[in-house]
Design a protein around this ligand. Structure first.
Ligand SMILES: C[S@@+](CC[C@H](N)C(=O)[O-])C[C@H]1O[C@@H](n2cnc3c(N)ncnc32)[C@H](O)[C@@H]1O
Length: 269
């Protein structure tokens, strides 16, 4: 997003003190909203208590690029749509999150989901591509680990009881993120993801294969009301991860559900 001259002027005349930036004078509403959008694109968050914008490290350094280039990439241009708290609560209920469970949030943003997972007693690990957002999570101290990384290139292993996520949607990245995240879930674990509604009706191979994957896992894809993400149509995907054959073989026959015994014998999965 190009930055207009009046926005640039308001930011240039702000006062920076360490991590804080204080706008000078009273900006009219429309100008303030555009200034706020530009500041948040470079990591500044309005802090009502401090009556200023707070940056992850040093405000003057963080706005230097914006002032020099007169351009920023906004949160929505980057695919950043934080999950509203009431929806997070619905998602965590659906995930049947229990205290002590290990949970992965692989596109964690500023921690809208991760913080509530920790509030409910979950042990949460976060991955976030944007260093400023990751720093916000890290500074609050509720996450066990915070990795600044591209989740699509991180090594994965099936070690989490739950994965809860709202990944980026552009170019069907949500499907790729969820498919990778499924490999992080332990047998008998569960993944719950906010995804773009297009996956329910797109006819390309990626979307069609994903729907089959969800069906085979006896998962669900449920439309969400449009109001949660400002009119962007989304769905909630729930995918249970069933035990592997090797684990079923380790259990006494009587413990294995009949349908699974038959499927194992017939080599269906
Ligand atoms: C739709 S936002 C959701 C944030 C958070 N999960 C929430 O629910 O509020 C998606 C987040 O994924 C991050 N992201 C995008 N690509 C990523 C990647 N390859 N690896 C990790 N995080 C990524 C973005 O920076 C953004 O913060």
């Amino acid at each position: 997003m190009k930055i207009d001259a009046d926005v640039l002027e308001a930011i240039r005349s702000a006062r920076c003190e360490g991590a804080a930036l204080y706008l000078t004078g009273q900006l009219e509403d429309r100008l303030y909203r555009r200034v706020n959008l530009a500041l948040s694109a470079v990591g500044g968050r309005w802090d009502r208590r401090k009556r200023g914008h707070i940056f992850p490290a040093n405000a003057a350094d963080d706005i230097a690029g914006l002032l020099a280039e007169r351009e920023v990439t906004t949160d929505s241009e980057r695919g950043y749509f934080p999950t509203p708290p009431a929806l997070v609560d619905e998602i965590l209920d659906l995930a049947d999150l229990q205290a002590g469970q290990e949970v992965l949030e692989p596109s964690a943003g500023t921690g809208a989901m991760a913080e509530r997972i920790a509030d409910r007693g979950g042990v949460v690990d976060c991955v976030e591509l944007d260093p400023g957002r990751a720093e916000i999570i890290r500074s609050q101290g509720y996450a066990r680990q915070v990795a600044v990384a591209d989740f699509l290139t991180l090594p994965v292993s099936a070690r989490y009881d739950r994965v809860v996520m709202n990944p980026p949607f552009a170019k069907q990245l949500d499907i790729r993120h969820v498919q990778r995240a499924l490999r992080c879930v332990r047998p008998n674990g569960l993944l719950v993801a906010v995804m773009f509604a297009g996956l329910a009706f797109r006819t390309n191979a990626l979307a069609a294969d994903f729907r089959s994957q969800v069906r085979e896992a006896r998962g669900t894809i449920t439309p969400l009301p449009d109001h949660w993400f400002k009119g962007i149509r989304t769905v909630l995907t729930v995918i249970p991860v069933r035990p592997q054959l090797s684990q079923l073989a380790g259990r006494r026959t009587a413990e294995v559900p009949v349908s699974e015994q038959r499927a194992s014998q017939e080599g269906l999965f």
